[in-house]
Design a protein around this ligand. Structure first.
Ligand SMILES: Nc1nc2c(ncn2[C@@H]2O[C@H](COP(=O)(O)OP(=O)(O)OP(=O)(O)O)[C@@H](O)[C@H]2O)c(=O)[nH]1
Ligand SMILES: [Mg+2]
Length: 470
């Protein structure tokens, strides 16, 4: 018997606040018994929930069993194990949405023998009971937090077990190799054919290649999950706030003909072609000698520090100014630090006064994105450029299998290292039994991704990132 078997957990599974419906969820071996204590039909008669067919809903009332006082009306949903989220018996009460009411239902369940669930405990049980693996559990968190369709799709693929299948496939291949190396050692008397080490080497190399490819998908996964920190910079009045509003498709930032309109930065999560960009509109640079402007230069640097992508704007209608020169310097410094940069020339509807050749030379570029925010010209191209720039140098997996976090990457790195040791060992002609040590290490590290060989601390850490009731 597992240690949690007698423990039945309960939580409010919908967001806290006023809403039409709120759900209180129970899971565990006593879920049905506890639910029965507080559930009545509309004539306040007790019901035998055990007799209800699984996966059905019933209308009724929730009462306090101490005094039979009605707490709420409810639709009770009964799901008997094993075909449930946790693989345990689950009962859900669909109540009215007020928080006080939901707390009262929860309290009543606790008084009847349930325990308050920890964050992520329902999903943790799904994992511990073998319904999902660790990569799928992590996908549940990503699914809840997904901000764009792309990240939603990728989390769903992981929840369906995409990564698990891939990892298991790699593990099977490693196990086969291990067996072949160990067989002659375990059964020396039997007529087992000589180990073909060249063939083993070829197969390990192939697995190593697949592991490396999988490892390279981390950046793609990060982009999908976390979005891109993007900052718009440029001298005062170039049209930064106009760009911000255009990308957001909403007039959020104040736009005026007066330089220095934006004082405080504004940040928004903007969905562009399925990718989440966390875009910051900054105060424009003007006249750096001014004390306040010196502060704004410092602030700009701070934003540049944190940015993955920089949208640097220039005004074609004005010659390059001192502020533009500051900006150019900052761009060149940022480029050295491997930041992604897009140079934008705005206001192409106006007369060209900018010294373009000089601008391109100073920035060491051959192209820029030319737009008129006033006439909405070039915006579509800019959006495409944004997405292209973000994915430049990033491996986009064609089979959709990606790794999603540092934990998975770390385990894969160790897998890779182990395989490299094996190949190195083969080259140095070390004894075969020593090869198996590194092979087994690789196998264990792979197993960590799906939770086959992880310690409790890691598991607790993962599930503590969940919200309550999931
Ligand atoms: N003609 C023309 N005017 C534009 C264009 N884009 C923006 N503007 C105008 O330029 C002025 C400044 O625009 P903002 O978006 O406020 O510029 P900003 O860079 O945010 O300015 P600060 O916040 O002061 O640094 C406004 O009057 C805009 O309407 C454009 O493409 N063409
Ligand atoms: Mg502005």
């Amino acid at each position: 018997m597992k240690f949690w078997e007698n423990d039945t957990i309960a939580a409010i599974s919908t967001p806290i606040g006023e809403s039409g419906i709120g759900i209180v969820r129970l899971s565990g071996s006593k879920a049905i018994g506890i639910a029965q204590k507080i559930f009545r039909d509309k004539r306040l008669k007790k019901m035998n929930l055990e007799e209800f067919p699984t996966h059905t809903a019933r209308y009724g009332l929730i009462v306090d069993p101490n005094n039979e006082e009605i707490i709420d009306e409810t639709i009770l949903i009964l799901m008997k194990k094993p075909k449930t989220y946790t693989r345990e018996d689950i009962v859900e009460f669909n109540c009215h949405g007020g928080i006080l009411l939901l707390r009262k239902v929860l309290d009543t369940l606790i008084n009847c023998g349930a325990r308050i669930a920890e964050p992520g405990e329902f999903t943790k049980r799904a994992f511990l009971n073998g319904r999902i693996d660790l990569s799928q559990a992590e996908a549940v968190i990503d699914l809840i937090q997904a901000k764009t369709e792309r990240s939603l799709k990728s989390s769903l693929a992981q929840l369906e077990g995409n990564l698990k299948i891939k990892v298991n496939n790699l593990r099977d291949k490693l196990v086969e190799i291990l067996a072949e190396i160990e067989a002659p050692m375990d059964f020396p008397d039997q007529d087992i054919k000589e180990l073909n080490i060249i063939e083993i080497q070829r197969r390990v190399k192939k697995i190593l290649k697949e592991v490396t490819m999988l490892l390279n998908t981390l950046d793609y996964g990060k982009i999908l999950r976390e979005g891109i920190n993007t900052v718009i910079i440029g001298k005062a009045n170039v049209g930064k706030s106009s760009l911000f509003n255009t990308l957001l498709k909403e007039s959020r930032a104040i736009v005026t003909p007066l330089p220095g309109t934006t004082r405080d930065t504004i940040e928004e999560l903007i969905n562009i072609k399925g990718i989440a960009f966390r875009i910051i509109d900054t105060a424009g640079l003007k006249n750096p000698e001014n004390v306040i402007e010196e502060i704004s230069l410092k602030r700009m640097r701070k934003f540049l520090d944190k940015a993955d992508l920089i949208l640097a704007m220039f005004d074609v209608n004005t010659p390059l100014s001192e502020e533009d020169m500051e900006i150019i310097q900052e761009i060149n410094k940022s480029r050295e630090r491997n930041k992604k940069i897009i140079i934008i020339e705005n206001k192409i509807d106006l007369k060209e006064r900018i010294e373009r050749q000089k601008l391109f030379e100073l920035l060491n570029i051959k192209e820029s994105v030319k737009i008129s925010l006033k006439n909405h010209v070039g915006v579509e191209q800019l959006e495409e450029e944004l997405v292209n720039t973000v994915f430049k140098g990033t491996i986009i997996p064609n089979n959709g299998v990606i790794i999603n976090n540092i934990r998975q990457a770390d385990a894969l790195k160790r897998t890779k290292k182990g395989l490299e040791y094996v190949l190195d060992g083969i080259k140095k002609k070390i004894p075969y039994d020593l090869l198996t040590i590194d092979l087994k290490d690789s196998l264990d590290s792979l197993g960590e991704i799906i939770g086959e060989s992880v310690n409790e601390e890691i598991i607790d850490n993962i599930f503590s990132r969940f919200c309550i009731g999931k």
